[in-house]
Design a protein around this ligand. Structure first.
Ligand SMILES: Nc1ncnc2c1ncn2[C@@H]1O[C@H](COP(=O)(O)OP(=O)(O)OP(=O)(O)O)[C@@H](O)[C@H]1O
Length: 284
């Protein structure tokens, strides 16, 4: 192959990868010594792809999320977003966090319109855009309510709409449905998936939940317990568009079982280690 053709191929493959982690390692210094939270992780996520990262507690998922969001520094390796090597927050990225993050003193529409207000968008225009996203997350009619008047699932939808309102090309979500019951989680997952497919967003979801990972993703990245490495990547070849009833299919069940097989080993290691720690502390 001619060198110019090789370069062309390389360039085109680089431009279709929106999120790239290249040999990323993150260590923390603690009183107990050095903890390697993330160990030589390399991962490329293509434009428009939906990828979930799943792993036991403490395997470095949130650390990876924060690295990709540009919220932490001091790691080895490189991160690139939309083709640029980054070392801080990137404007193409929108983030949704696990914790409640609505502003209690603002109505739904003023919560969702907030990022546009900060940008100086005129009131009529920011309300029109906010309504579009409120509608998308299924909250039309609730514009004038305050967060305290909504359920937890509805508040999380407000937070998602507020992130979507500035139309990020890349969406990072850290366990956004963790506090919700299973039914709301599945229904909200469906909504997020519809929006993601409509907007063709590159999406990375951090989750503990195998069903959620299989329901939503093109690929599921399984992390190992400390040090956090990529243990395996499973391609989810279920047809799209995926409706909620895919969860009951045999193929779905096989993916869940396959991922659980790998995760069980890691979760057991995590549990054994925390029990050892608790025993150690009790014996002191
Ligand atoms: N700022 C920090 N200082 C010291 N250690 C840290 C820090 N942040 C994370 N760690 C450690 O790094 C490891 C990975 O943590 P991280 O929060 O990324 O895991 P996680 O997979 O997101 O866990 P969980 O699912 O419980 O949220 C853990 O052992 C944690 O104690």
């Amino acid at each position: 192959m001619a060198a110019s053709t090789a370069r062309l191929r390389l360039a085109s493959s680089q431009t279709t990868n929106d999120l790239v982690l290249d040999d990323v390692t993150m260590r923390f210094q603690t009183r107990e010594g050095t903890i390697t939270a993330v160990d030589r992780v390399s991962l490329s996520i293509e434009r428009g792809e939906f990828v979930s990262i799943i792993g036991p507690s403490g395997c470095g998922k949130s650390t990876l999320f924060n690295i990709l969001g540009g919220l932490v520094s001091g790691y080895d390796g490189t991160v690139s977003v939309a083709g640029e090597t980054v070392s801080g927050p990137h404007p193409a990225i929108g983030m949704v966090f696990q914790e409640e993050s609505t502003f209690p003193w603002r109505t739904v529409i003023d919560n969702v319109a907030f990022p546009l207000e900060v940008k100086g968008v005129a009131k009529a225009q920011r309300y029109a855009t906010a309504r579009k996203f409120i509608d998308m997350v299924g909250l039309a009619g609730f514009e004038q309510r305050y967060p305290a008047e909504l359920s937890g699932g509805m508040r999380q939808r407000v937070a998602i709409a507020r992130t979507l309102v500035f139309e990020p090309k890349i969406l990072l979500m850290d366990e956004p449905f963790a506090a919700l019951d299973e039914q709301t989680r599945l229904l909200l997952g469906d909504k997020v998936l519809n929006i993601q497919q409509d907007l063709k967003q590159t999406t990375l979801l951090i989750t503990h939940n195998i069903t959620e990972a299989v329901q939503l993703s093109d690929r599921v990245v399984i992390m190992s317990f400390r040090p956090g490495k990529v243990k395996r990547i499973v391609d989810i070849r279920l047809p799209r568009p995926r409706r909620g009833d895919v969860v009951g299919s045999d193929a779905f069940g096989r993916y869940v079982a396959e991922i659980w097989n790998d995760l069980r080993e890691e979760a057991s290691r995590g549990m054994a280690e925390s029990e050892k720690g608790a025993l150690g502390r009790a014996g002191r």
